[in-house]
Design a protein around this ligand. Structure first.
Ligand code: C2E
Ligand code: MG
Ligand code: MG
Ligand code: MG
Length: 290
């Protein structure tokens, strides 16, 4: 009898812990969503900018704009958490619109600060949830009109899942972005169901090899093979390649030797705030060459 009671207690204990866990998770999600809604309406999000480096010349070709959120109550919330919540709740539409506008306006502010058009661009991430809507091209059109910058300076980073979800819709959107003179990069390349046919038939300019392949390719032969395969395929298809997650010089050097066009990672710089990113560009830019 006593043993049975212990068993029940143990079991119900487990149930309690389980329920607590689920409740905690649901509560956290609820909290993050309501605080995020509030932060968006108050303009409390910021963008961080991580440089993109042309590997053979070491020149800065542009920056990737990455959303940051430091909440009064929750503290700094990781993008993987709040982007997921934003996608589930639909807030990603507003967040994405803000990010596109803010990224374009940042370039415009930098141009103004140096009195000329900077030879750098900006990469903006697009969620598959945004891509399922019909207003992405007009969102970018608005960002371009508002900031006065040229479309050729913006790159949309999309993911394979958005193309798989609705290939026809994706095709229309990508061609609309090309009409705006924007570039298209396939983000996290290698992690999804790489549809090779779509790489050929869609107006994709750049493959961004996911950092899960890049950062460990020196120790893991399989990853090296994947990276080299992507590089040679990209060359045949006339696509440029950006390697993410370059954390040391030997990786940068090796990728450059293999013909990789561009790199991004902590070895060059972590994502920085607007002022830091501008300084990063300014100290490396030789004004005499203008
Ligand atoms: P992503 O688009 O693949 O961005 C690259 C992520 O890798 C960034 O994380 C960046 O900080 C990190 N990273 C860059 N170099 C290195 C490195 O050398 N080592 C390591 N360990 N990490 C590196 P972050 O900023 O936390 O963003 C995570 C993800 O959140 C992004 O992945 C993107 O999918 C999403 N995200 C961020 N901002 C936005 C946004 O404005 N809109 C949308 N839709 N998604 C966003
Ligand atoms: Mg990205
Ligand atoms: Mg990426
Ligand atoms: Mg990634």
């Amino acid at each position: 009898k006593a043993q049975a009671a212990v068993k029940i207690a143990k079991r119900s204990g487990k149930v309690e812990i389980y329920r607590n866990g689920v409740l905690k998770e649901a509560h956290r999600r609820f909290l993050v969503e309501s605080r995020l809604r509030d932060a968006l309406s108050k303009g409390a999000l910021t963008l961080a900018f991580q440089p993109l480096i042309h590997l053979s010349s070491s020149e800065i070709t542009g920056f990737e704009a990455l959303a940051r959120w430091n909440d009064e109550e929750l503290g700094a919330v990781a993008p993987v958490e709040f982007i997921a919540v934003a996608e589930e709740s639909g807030l990603i539409v507003e967040l994405g619109r803000w990010a596109a506008l803010e990224a374009a306006q940042t370039l415009a502010r930098w141009d103004e600060a140096v009195g000329q058009t900077l030879p750098v661009g900006m990469n903006i991430n697009l969620s598959p949830i945004q891509m399922a809507r019909d207003d992405v091209a007009s969102m970018f059109e608005e960002a371009l009109r508002f900031s006065g910058i040229e479309g050729r300076r913006l790159t949309a980073e999309i993911t394979e899942s958005a193309i798989i979800a609705d290939p026809e819709k994706a095709r229309k959107l990508l061609f609309a972005l090309k009409e705006l003179k924007m570039s298209i990069a396939m983000d996290d390349f290698g992690t999804g169901f790489s549809n090779l046919a779509s790489l050929h038939s869609l107006p994709i300019d750049i493959l961004k090899i996911d950092r899960s392949f890049v950062s460990t390719m020196m120790e893991d032969h399989d990853k090296e093979v994947i990276v080299r395969t992507i590089l040679s395929m990209a060359e045949s298809l006339n696509l440029k390649v950006t390697a993410e997650g370059i954390e040391d010089q030997s990786l940068a050097h090796r990728l450059q030797q293999w013909g990789c066009w561009q790199g991004q990672g902590y070895y060059f710089a972590k994502p920085m705030n607007e002022a830091e990113a501008f300084d990063y560009w300014r100290v490396r830019w030789n004004f005499e060459t203008v």
